[in-house]
Structures are given as C-alpha cells and as structure tokens.
Design a protein around this ligand. Structure first.
Ligand SMILES: N[C@@H](CCC(=O)N[C@@H](CS)C(=O)NCC(=O)O)C(=O)O
Length: 203
C-alpha cells in the first residue's frame, strides 16, 4: 500500500488531497512539523534534507510534491487527471503544474520564514515586502488564465492539486488581492471540494 510521510499544514496536504480525489488506499506516517521528527535519522534516510512530503510505494521512495503527483497519476491512475500528450490542454497543464514550485512557492517560503519561522529580532521587513510583492505579481497571470474557467485547464487536473493548494496557502497569507476575482472564486471552488477539505484539516 502507498505510504505518505506527512506533517500538518504543509505541502504533504497536496498528496493527501490527490489520493483522496483518486480514491486510492494509503496509509499515513504522521510526524510533527518539528526538527525532532523531520530531521531525525529515520526521516533523513527517506529525504536527505529532512523534508516532506515523501511517498513510499513498495521499494520506491520518492520526494518532491510535483514528482509524487506525477508518479501517482502515471503509475496508479494510468494518467488520470492529466491530459494526453497530444491534447490541446497539455502545454497549459505542464506550465501551471510547474509554475507552482517554480514561481509561486519561493516567495511563499520567504513569507513563511519572515513572518512565522524566524524570531522577531531576525526578521527583515525589506525581504518580506519584496516577497509579498513578487507573490502578488506571480498570481496575476493565473487570475487571467482562470477567467471563464472552473479550473486551470477547464476540467479539474493535477495542475490544480499543485497550484490550487498554493493559491489556498497564498490567500491565507493575505497575498491574493481582491481584484483577482477569478482567482478568489477558484480558491473558493477548491475549498468546497470534500477531498481538499479532508486534506487541509488533517492534523
Ligand atoms: N519542493 C519541495 C519542497 C519540500 C519542502 O520544503 N517541504 C516543507 C514543508 S511544506 C518542509 O519539509 N519543511 C521542513 C523544513 O524545512 O525543515 C516539494 O515540493 O516537495
């Protein structure tokens, strides 16, 4: 059975969401979002940097949330929630799937470090402001792409698992402006999906 190494309030929620959407059986190794669990020798043997998510599937151990999503879709759902290579939506699918970790998550990481993880005396207001500006700017093309669409490529797909989760997180950090109405509505649509609700509330 698939085994997900998980901690709450993290990207591991993406994988719970995916597995729930697909109706796959899985078990969870719940860890605390704390160095005592994540940086333990046991977990570093799964991920050298002591990060999550990590998925175990028999002899396979794989990390990087995007790689895990693609692995599950290809190996366990025969490419479900993913357009065929020759489908017109395929390039947009790839673009939005990778835009998540490539463009959106770097400033999200900085904002989390500068507002939550660092002690107040080590926080830097300039770095924080820059990251907030970059994050807000990064969402503008996504808002535009969502005009008149329910999901990023029309139908719900693996790209939504990646970027939809990041949109929810960014909205929670207050970095999606009200004028991005299509994106705000998208976050609401995603939040209403039962599989997302289960993933995001898993502690
Ligand atoms: N690009 C990686 C990022 C993994 C990552 O940084 N995960 C965070 C949680 S969202 C983590 O494990 N942080 C713990 C730490 O930095 O010690 C992915 O998408 O899986």
């Amino acid at each position: 059975m698939l085994k997900l190494h998980f901690a709450p309030n993290s990207r591991a929620g993406r994988i719970v969401w995916l597995l729930e959407e697909l109706g796959l059986d899985y078990e969870i190794n719940k860890m605390a979002f704390h160095p005592k669990d994540l940086k333990s020798d046991e977990h570093r043997a799964r991920h050298p940097l002591g990060r999550i998510p990590v998925l175990e599937d028999g002899d396979v151990m794989i990390y990087e949330s995007g790689a895990i999503v693609d692995y599950v879709l290809e190996r366990h759902k025969n490419g479900g929630l993913k357009p065929a290579v020759d489908a017109p939506e395929f390039p947009a699918y790839l673009q939005w799937f990778h835009y998540c970790e490539g463009m959106v998550m770097p400033p999200v990481n900085t904002i989390v470090v500068q507002t939550i993880l660092l002690p107040p005396e080590r926080r830097d207001e300039t770095v924080l402001k820059q990251a907030q500006k970059l994050l807000t700017r990064s969402w503008a093309p996504v808002d535009e792409a969502l005009e008149g669409k329910e999901y990023l490529i029309g139908n719900f797909s693996g790209a939504d698992i990646m970027l939809g989760h990041a949109a929810f997180m960014s909205n929670r950090l207050g970095c999606i402006p009200d004028e991005n109405a299509a994106l705000k509505a998208y976050v609401e649509r995603i939040t209403a999906r039962p599989a997302f609700d289960k993933a995001i509330n898993m502690q």
